[in-house]
Write a protein that binds this ligand. Structure first.
Ligand code: PLP
Length: 348
């Protein structure tokens, strides 16, 4: 499967099946205009928003492993829960379509947003375009309940002859998605050595934790000491820190290797999390507009806009490091779900 990774201290990594969606590294681009704006730092962006499935984003790397597992189990239907404007859900629907599988999506009411754009445009429109069947779950803070509801729907699907595979929402399951970012860590190391580049800090959005924990775990496992800052997009710092700690241990047991991440190596910031999931503060909006107007980057108010705001603040801080890398985790279609808010900002 992935024999090239054997012997790199990644244990069983190559044993986990992966459906390959893209096989080339995502670009690392120098951000000339924002570097000048920062005054101190050289700023780079790794364009995981440009990997090649249905508007891309970090979830592409993650679903490669969930679909690998689903296929290995003989599933013909994939099921997933997410917020209404979930990118994870959209990418799942997209890959299911491409692989000729059915897709059932459960959308949670996680954000108090009454705008019709939020409920029908952006990712929701794409979910439907890719042919997924939508279900709704009225709670937004009940991950275990949402998973239980999805299992009930799965039972009904089995009765009708389908073979469903559930991508779980709640913690405590095998973190297969994180393997996508262990893989990204290996890719990044190769890119750095090819370009003779070194970063002092990496900024990445941290929600379920699969991206942050996978990247951090992978970098440490292959001996790259760069600081990784996870920017909270889903919950406050202490809860997220604990989630990343547990996730790193889960990755170690999945791979059957020693944990490569020490507790004090886990850095989490919730400075841009507030007022809460799916809602952006004024610094986030400023960051979205600045990155768009200086570098033509598209960032959404729920995920990548928040990590960008934290990144830009760091780039302008007095002790900002020399080289900073932003992992652009995507979220592009999400901006259409927030069209009303974009329009209000544009006309202000
Ligand atoms: C665009 C985007 N960035 C970042 C994240 C956070 O990634 P993770 O859930 O792996 O922590 C998400 C999660 O849905 C996302 O959609």
């Amino acid at each position: 499967m992935n024999q090239e990774f054997d012997g790199q201290g990644l244990g069983l990594f190559s044993k986990y099946p992966r459906v390959s969606v893209f096989d080339h590294p995502t670009q690392i681009e120098y951000m000339k205009n924002l570097s000048e704006w920062s005054g101190n730092s050289q700023l780079y962006v790794k364009r995981d928003d440009c990997n090649n499935l249905a508007f891309g984003g970090n979830k592409v790397r993650q679903v490669e492993y969930y679909f690998g597992d689903a296929k290995a189990q003989g599933a013909n239907t994939v099921m997933i829960t997410g917020a209404v404007q979930s990118n994870f859900v959209r990418i799942t629907a997209a890959l299911a379509a491409k692989l000729g599988m059915k897709c059932h999506i459960q959308l949670e009411s996680r954000v108090a947003n009454n705008s019709s754009h939020y409920h029908s445009s952006g990712n929701v429109l794409l979910d439907r375009l890719f042919g997924a069947q939508l279900h709704y779950y009225d709670e937004g803070e009940d991950e275990f309940g949402a998973d239980a509801r999805l299992r009930e729907i799965a039972e009904d699907l089995k009765v009708s002859g389908l073979k469903p595979y559930i991508i779980p929402l709640a913690p405590g399951h095998k973190p297969l998605g994180a393997l996508g970012y262990v893989r990204a860590a290996i890719e990044l190391k190769e890119q750095l050595s090819q370009r003779n580049l070194e970063f002092d800090e990496i900024y990445v959005a941290s929600g379920s934790g699969n991206t942050h924990a996978g990247l951090l775990f992978g970098l440490r496992a292959i001996g790259v000491p760069v600081k990784v800052v996870g920017v909270c997009v889903r919950r406050e710092r202490d809860l997220q820190w604990e989630r990343i700690r547990v996730r790193c241990h889960e990755i170690a047991s999945l791979l059957q290797v020693k944990p490569s991440v020490e507790d004090d190596d886990i850095v989490v910031s919730d400075e841009q999390y507030f007022p809460g999931y799916g809602e952006a503060n004024s610094e986030v909006w400023d960051g979205i507009f600045l990155a768009a107007r200086e570098e033509a980057l598209i960032l959404d108010p729920t995920y990548s806009g928040k990590s960008m705001a934290a990144f830009l603040k760091r780039a302008r801080s007095e002790d900002s490091p020399r080289n900073l890398l932003f992992i652009h985790t995507g979220g592009t279609p999400g901006i259409y779900g927030y069209q009303d808010q974009f329009e209000r900002k544009l006309s202000a």
